[in-house]
Design a protein around this ligand. Structure first.
Ligand code: NAD
Ligand code: IPM
Ligand code: MN
Length: 352
């Protein structure tokens, strides 16, 4: 087969540590297949900014666009670092990539693997996916401050929800629900307060539902959704929600299904016009960076999402099989980042 051009953005903090292990797993699982990855490394993030003053140049962006997919570790410095005030790496780099590359689906599966401890006493079978809108909502930067710095400051951050943008992510979520055994879709919003955006989301879900009679649809306000994620997460199958609600729900989802160190994600451009980007849900974790204890599993599971996206589900499932076996036997053993990578690579080698 032809080589897949993979842009690799290790980023900051634990980003490079977990990406290193993810790439080892990618190499192991594609060995002996026709899949070949041609990697380009992009040095981007807080570190790059501190060295050069650049966050994401137009040349960087153009070069990244020339790739088939992106693997990202995490970006962002130590919160409060005075040298980063005003740089806003997250907005200028991560969000700019999501917007420019039209990653309108932010896919965040949550699976509680057998043998993995959840902070919930009786979680049940947790296996759901959050389809988080990725290009709109309160993330678009549609705001401004009036009389900033005075006692009369007004700070606006207006959520943008377009019929076009809502419909395309809702359609993706229905197709995903229809392809899953339970065929359930839950819209999460806050229609009782955010009446304009809520009405658009609700009407869109109702309209698309008519095309998917096999999908069972329900609705939860986002506050109630956080209750059920803790009391009965097994009830969820596909959740479709706006950008900010999806951000918050997926950290909670990570926490209930074994921890943020296991939570993978894909920023997908389903049209295939731009490269999709795969990354752990977690950030650069400055509190543990450099200590060698970051869990690389979320980055490794992001490789499985990348392989799914490339239409290579059979290779992706090998990654999941190896991870499933590893996490089942992990117990409380404190292993280093590279020990987890070693164990998963060894399991891949022992498959079939
Ligand atoms: P974080 O996800 O980096 O860390 C939250 C907590 O989870 C920390 O205690 C951390 O040690 C722990 N943690 C995270 N990943 C882990 C892993 N793989 N293994 C073990 N423990 C792990 O969130 P934060 O502290 O709010 O943010 C830190 C920086 O990362 C900020 O600059 C933030 O903006 C940025 N950030 C970036 C991304 C991204 O690049 N996608 C996502 C979230 C946050
Ligand atoms: C995530 C992160 C980002 C988000 C931040 C760093 C911009 O929290 O990927 O979940 O809010 O989407
Ligand atoms: Mn987040």
């Amino acid at each position: 087969g032809e080589a897949v051009k993979l842009a690799v953005i290790p980023g900051d903090g634990i980003g490079p540590e977990v990406v290193g292990e993810a790439l080892r797993v990618l190499a192991a699982v594609t060995e002996g297949t026709d899949l070949v990855f041609e990697q380009t490394r992009f040095s981007l993030g807080a570190q790059r900014y501190l060295e050069t003053g650049d966050v994401l140049t137009d040349d960087d962006l153009a070069a990244i666009k020339g790739h088939d997919a992106i693997l990202l570790g995490a970006v962002g410095g130590v919160p409060g670092d005075p040298r980063l005030v005003g740089a806003n790496i997250e907005r200028g780099l991560l969000l700019r990539l999501r917007f420019e590359l039209d990653h309108y689906v932010n896919l965040r599966p949550s699976v509680l693997y057998p043998g993995v401890a959840s902070p919930l006493a009786d979680p049940g079978d947790v296996d759901f996916v959050v389809v988080r809108e990725g290009t709109e909502g309160p993330y678009v930067g549609n705001g401004g401050a009036i009389r900033a710095g005075t006692p009369h400051e007004v700070a606006n951050e207006v959520s943008v929800n377009t019929a076009y943008g809502v419909e395309r992510v809702v359609r993706y979520a229905f197709a995903a629900a229809s392809a899953r055994p339970r065929k359930r879709l839950t819209l999460v919003h806050k229609t009782n307060v955010l009446v304009f955006a809520g009405s658009l989301w609700k009407r869109t879900v109702d309209a698309v539902a008519a095309e998917y009679p096999e999908v069972t649809v329900d609705y939860l306000h986002v506050d109630a959704a956080t209750i059920f994620l803790v009391t009965d997460p097994a009830r969820f199958d596909v959740i479709v929600t706006d950008n900010l609600f999806g951000d918050i729900l997926t950290d909670l989802a990570g926490a209930i299904s074994g921890g943020i160190g296991l939570a993978a994600s894909g920023n997908i451009n389903p049209d295939g016009r731009f490269p999709s980007m795969f990354e752990p849900v977690h950030g650069s974790a400055p509190d543990i960076a450099g200590t060698g204890i970051a869990d690389p599993t979320a980055a490794i599971l992001s490789i499985a999402l990348l392989l799914d996206h490339l239409g290579r589900a059979e290779v992706a499932s090998k990654v999941r099989e190896a991870v499933t076996a590893d996490v089942a036997e992990r117990g409380d053993a404190k292993r280093s980042t590279s020990e987890v990578g070693d164990a998963i690579v060894a399991r891949i080698g022992a498959l079939d």
